[in-house]
Design a protein around this ligand. Structure first.
Ligand code: BES
Ligand code: ZN
Ligand code: ZN
Length: 501
């Protein structure tokens, strides 16, 4: 989808659809809306008076212009109360506009850049919000049905901007990059397990790295054996699909120091292994590489925006299968940092692959690590599908990340990492065991990963099991994979670079 700028006056635009915003409680039509209202003989003011147009968020009203202006149809989008109007409202408004256009089978339309007239936030934020909301809402997963009509999507939007500033243009580019990365993660997660194996994930990573000239490596079984990645190898040993340790290095600074590690769980299908899951809803476990997909989506954004920061992205990928060669409950395995693990439950496999993932990221120079995983059912019990659960060993680092997440409208909630919880993953048999009982399951799972973080490393763990996939359809997030945390990671990288460290 292209976003172009249009300098024409609003009453002279020839288009299938013209989109304008209206604030709640606004009784007078001003600016572009005022000009259109005049041209339509006061139709909009009348609709407002009659209570047909309230300007509430998520609401929209289609008005046929019947030849009074060159735009064939006018769509008025609610922007809510002016006091509460921010970039998040603007992003959702763009998403609503795009979804309405898709419903009407309009592939090319013109729209106001919500917030440009009001100047409540920067022109960069105006451009970013619009482009992000529109591109996110234009997403659809192609699927594999034979002979189906292709999905209706929008191919071009003309943004009304009389003299688009450099800032507005940069905002649009940034919003597009954020959404393209998110949509890429959505595609990877929505793809079924037989078409998104660890080998396929590795190919996707190599594609991204090649596209943006980033260094990369894919460790094979033999490499992992040499390095001693016993945890990832154990999870992968029951499958005919070979596990992969996937790495992309992005060097945005002159020297390879102060490296941030993004580490994702890349379980391309989680049967539970020998501790097998019930069959109901097991199909959803094709989404168990959501953390890895987020990391790859974020690298796509970073490749486009090239912030001055060093990132090492690691996706620890395997298929968790039961078979004659599968690892078993009671097995003891050794991660690459030498720590031993008692595998009490083969369904707690995400933390095992992450153990080697975070250890490898640190070996490659990461002094800050953010790991992401669809790790536990327990986090969905605690936070539902609203917020991703976080754990950290460094409150300042988490606060900084939460600022990024908040600024892109993604919700993160911290879970406590008290030492007492660590008791639950102690075992006489090994350094640590991979389950800590039913209580505080999301916390003990995260603390297990934390056991592979060095004392000098700042670490954030994000459990996205409740947020990576949704059954609800909303304008910017259709049903299915959400691509959650791609924008937060990318925003963090940008913010970290801007802070000049
Ligand atoms: N992949 C699952 C977690 C999950 C559950 C993700 C629901 C998305 C939706 C993970 O590997 C798992 O099976 N976790 C177990 C841990 C238990 C065995 C300690 C769980 O949460 O039940
Ligand atoms: Zn599992
Ligand atoms: Zn899993």
């Amino acid at each position: 989808m292209k976003i172009e700028f249009l300098a024409k006056s609003v009453t002279s635009i020839e288009t299938e659809l013209l989109v304008l915003g209206l604030f709640q409680g606004q009784t007078k039509c001003e600016g572009d809306l005022g000009q259109i209202d005049d041209a339509l003989d006061g139709a909009i003011s009348q609709l407002i008076q009659q209570g047909d147009l309230e300007g509430k968020t998520k609401q929209s009203l289609l008005i046929h212009t019947l030849g009074k202006i060159p735009a064939k149809r006018l769509l008025v989008i609610g922007l809510g109360e002016l006091d509460a109007f921010d970039a998040h409202v603007a992003r959702e408004a763009a998403a609503v506009a795009l979804r309405e256009a898709r419903k009407m089978k309009v592939a090319h339309f013109a729209s106001a850049a919500f917030g440009l007239e009001e100047k409540k936030f920067s022109e960069h934020a105006v451009g970013q919000a619009f482009a992000e909301g529109a591109h996110l809402a234009n997403y659809h997963f192609e699927g594999y049905g034979l002979g189906r009509e292709p999905a209706q999507t929008v191919v071009q939007i003309d943004l009304l901007a009389p003299s688009p500033s450099q800032e507005l243009r940069a905002g649009v580019d940034c919003g597009r990059a954020f959404a393209v990365g998110t949509n890429l993660a959505r595609d990877l997660v929505n793809t079924p397990g037989n078409k998104m194996t660890p080998t396929d994930m590795a190919k996707q990573a190599v594609d991204i790295a090649t596209r943006y000239s980033m260094q990369h490596e894919v460790l094979e079984r033999a490499d992992m054996e040499r390095i001693g990645m016993g945890a990832l190898l154990a999870v992968g040993q029951g499958s005919v699909e070979p596990p992969k340790m996937i790495v992309i290095k992005y060097q945005g600074k002159d020297t390879w120091d102060d490296v941030v590690g993004f580490v994702g769980k890349g379980i391309t299908f989680d049967t539970g292994g020998i501790s097998i899951k019930p069959s109901a809803k097991m199909d959803e476990m094709k989404t168990d590489m959501g953390g890895g997909a987020t990391v790859l989506g974020a690298m796509e954004v970073i490749g486009q925006l090239r912030p001055k920061v060093n990132i090492v992205a690691v996706v620890a990928s395997a298929e968790n299968m039961p078979s004659g060669s599968a690892f078993k409950p009671g097995d003891v395995v050794q991660a690459m940092n030498g720590k031993t693990i008692e595998v009490v439950d083969t369904d707690a496999e995400g933390r095992l692959v992450l153990a080697d993932g975070v250890a490898y990221a640190q070996k490659l120079g990461a002094t800050k690590v953010i790991d992401l995983a669809t790790l536990t059912g327990a986090v969905t019990i605690a936070l539902g599908s609203v917020a991703s659960g976080a754990l950290t060993n460094n409150a300042d680092f988490l606060a900084e990340f939460m600022t990024s997440a908040k600024s892109v409208g993604e919700k993160v909630w911290e879970l406590p990492a008290f030492d007492e919880y660590k008791e639950q993953i102690k075992t006489p048999i090994a350094d640590v065991k991979n389950i800590g009982g039913r209580l505080a399951g999301a916390i003990t799972a995260g603390l297990f990963v934390g056991a592979f973080i060095e004392d000098t490393t700042s670490w954030i763990h994000l459990d996205i099991a409740g947020t990576a996939y949704t059954d609800n359809d909303s304008p910017s997030t259709p049903k299915g994979a959400t691509g959650v945390m791609v924008r937060s990671l990318a925003q963090f990288a940008k913010q970290y670079a801007d802070s000049g460290r």
